[in-house]
Write a protein that binds this ligand. Structure first.
Ligand SMILES: Cc1cc2nc3c(=O)[nH]c(=O)nc-3n(C[C@H](O)[C@H](O)[C@H](O)COP(=O)(O)OP(=O)(O)OC[C@H]3O[C@@H](n4cnc5c(N)ncnc54)[C@H](O)[C@@H]3O)c2cc1C
Length: 342
């Protein structure tokens, strides 16, 4: 294993410590080599991309930092996904001293610079970036924070002790409410709405399994919270619905013109492919990372033609109005689309 950074930006990070959080989650403290320390500086709420080889297959997965920049370490926390390749491999085999390859931190699930309260909704492994945001807000601001944390059962709560310690140390401004599905079912919109109603003017951070996020987001919106105050981090996106592939009334796309690295390529379009898949099929090394519409790494601007995004948790309204799209989540909708990576 080399010390070098390879051409697509992956650097070697050694596992400094392995912390078994619960029976199905593990934290890995990673040692960043000194020559990479600038590139691996991160903001609370960001994630890095690991590249691992499992059974001869090279795989990439994103993991959010559960540590905060104010701590003197970089830590990720990985929860087993039933049947999942990388999360189980890391939980089963990660050992002190082993080397992982990682691309530098990125992501836009960040604290906004203001004094208002923070309301965080975390479901299961979604606590990871939220833990980083909470630690940071406690250390760098006087903002009041409410965490609503949902888990299936008491034995799957990651960071139970850490949270109890934080509440002890900041009882005046951190409150944690836990929800356990085993007590009477999943989180309901009414419970979410009552948390939001008590919070008043606040920034909302939501991270967890898809159905949890859908319930929380729509319940928070229904209480009148403006969309720009709601920040989402999706670990997975729902499969593309069949009608998104062949939408009625839309013109069939024939080609996509792609400008990347000062080179222009005209790619034939295959129905159902996103703009990112189209670029890859044309042999281009287009930027990408989370592939869920969360991180913004794959953003590019449409300068001619039209397209629609299936999911967008990264771009704001002004960027969308200027033609920016997340190429991993975008289907073209005109005969020709001209796309520029800037
Ligand atoms: C921005 C971001 C941040 C993230 N942060 C974290 C984090 O902090 N902590 C964390 O634990 N996770 C995090 N994730 C999720 C993580 O990246 C992985 O998606 C997760 O660990 C599952 O990966 P896996 O390889 O174990 O599962 P995969 O092998 O990708 O499988 C995922 C699921 O799909 C099912 N599946 C796979 N193949 C098939 C098939 N052919 N048919 C049907 N079902 C199938 C599997 O059974 C499994 O349930 C994050 C994701 C993103 C995008």
């Amino acid at each position: 294993m080399g010390e070098h950074i390879d051409t697509d930006g992956f650097a070697p990070l050694r596992i400094k410590r392995v912390v078994r959080e619960t029976s199905d989650a593990v934290s890995l403290v990673l040692d960043v080599p000194r020559h990479c320390s600038g590139r691996f500086r991160y903001q609370a709420g960001q994630f890095l991309t690991l590249r691992v080889t499992v059974d001869g297959q090279e795989l990439r997965r994103c993991y959010s930092m559960s540590s905060a920049p104010v701590e003197d370490e970089l830590r990720i926390t990985v929860k087993r996904d039933p049947g999942g390749l990388v999360s189980n491999w890391l939980n089963d085999t990660a050992a002190e001293g082993a080397e992982l390859r990682a691309a530098p931190p990125e992501g836009r699930f960040l604290l906004r610079d203001n004094d208002s309260g923070i309301v965080a909704f975390a479901g299961g492994s979604g606590i990871t970036p939220i833990m980083s945001l909470i630690r940071t807000a406690l250390a760098t601001s006087a903002r009041p924070i409410r965490l609503f944390y949902a888990n299936r059962g008491r034995d799957s709560v990651i960071f139970a002790d850490d949270l109890a310690r934080l509440v002890d140390g900041h009882a005046d401004r951190l409150t944690v409410t836990q929800h356990f599905d085993e007590d009477g079912g999943v989180v309901t919109p009414a419970v979410v709405a009552s948390v939001a109603a008590e919070a008043g003017d606040a920034d909302y951070y939501i991270c967890g399994p898809g159905p949890f996020m859908d319930t929380v987001e729509s319940a928070v919106v229904s209480t009148g919270v403006p969309r720009e105050r709601i920040h989402l981090e999706r670990f997975q996106v729902a499969p593309v619905p069949a009608d998104a592939m062949a939408p009625g009334g839309e013109v069939a796309t024939e080609e996509v013109v792609i400008e990347l690295d000062r080179k222009t390529t005209t790619a034939a379009y295959r129905a159902g492919n996103t703009l990112l898949q189209t670029a890859r099929t044309a042999g281009l090394r287009a930027p990408s990372s989370c592939e869920t519409g969360s991180c913004g790494t794959c953003m590019a601007r449409i300068v001619a033609g039209s397209a629609r995004m299936l999911n967008n948790d990264a771009l704001d309204d002004d960027e969308v109005a200027e033609g920016w799209v997340l190429t991993c989540q975008t289907l073209p909708t005109s005969r020709t689309v001209h796309l520029v990576y800037e």
